[in-house]
Design a protein. Sequence first.
Length: 312
Amino acid sequence: MPLASLPVLRHPTAYDMQRALLHAPQLAPRDYHHIKAAPLSGALGAEVTGVDLAGLGASALAEIADALSDHLVLVFPGQALAPAGQIAFARRLGPVKTWPYARPMPGYPELTELVSGPSDIHNFGGGWHTDSSTFPRPPAFTVLQCIEGPDAGGDTSFANQYLAWESLPEAVRGALAGLRLIHATSKGFGDHSRSTGSSHVTTTPVLVPAEHEGLESSHPVARTHPVTGRKALYVNAGFADRFDGWSPHQSQPLLDALAAHGGIPEFTCRVRWRPGTLVVWDNRCCLHYAHNDYAGQRRVMRRAVVEGEVPL
Ligand code: SIN
């Protein structure tokens, strides 16, 4: 298992950052007619204005799809969609499924309310991860809307995993190309979130149904995006348990190195939420991290997930 000890994975200066960061769509957004897209950082993310998601025409939707391909994370301020409107928008992106690990919002099975209360210690989604990578068909998109936010804090960061993959030296990419990773529910939600509900991650408990407790899926370490055809590093510290055919002990050093690489600050952007801000991100090519820095305050989000394909 020579990969685990490759020095290049322990020395960030060996990464080819500059080549990876020459990311044309982010630096020069397309010329849109129905939306305005302003990049959030050199790596990924754009704030999209000039559009009402509640009354979206086909041409504006097509531009949003293009912008998602280019920027990976789209931030729509001032939308304040009603629950039915958020579900309807998510459905324009693909099939919307009920997320099985939390009680759905009453009357709206496709929405999960993520509520953090003032006395919560942990938050939902703290730590770099991609949503539900333990599923055989993990969500392609997450559509998250802020209902109530702290005055300051509670931002979400995102990291571009195309850049994470492209910045690895060619020899490392070659060595990783055929490798698969086991994503495990037990790794992500662990003992504190079993169906007994013995403790709460946030005011909204995560309740893993018994049939999901042992759920694992094997996915490629580098997945090819079905729309852009680009490869993205598909490793996340939240759910990655071990490489296929390796023990957890053998896997950990390389997992740690790749997970740390995926969250390098130059690959990131940071979103500040306001009530009514809606964000869509592509789980197939970016990681996200919910900041847990708003102790004593409430944060309420509504989330819908759009089913994706089997990662290739
Ligand atoms: C999530 O991890 O899906 C939620 C992220 C957030 O609440 O910022």
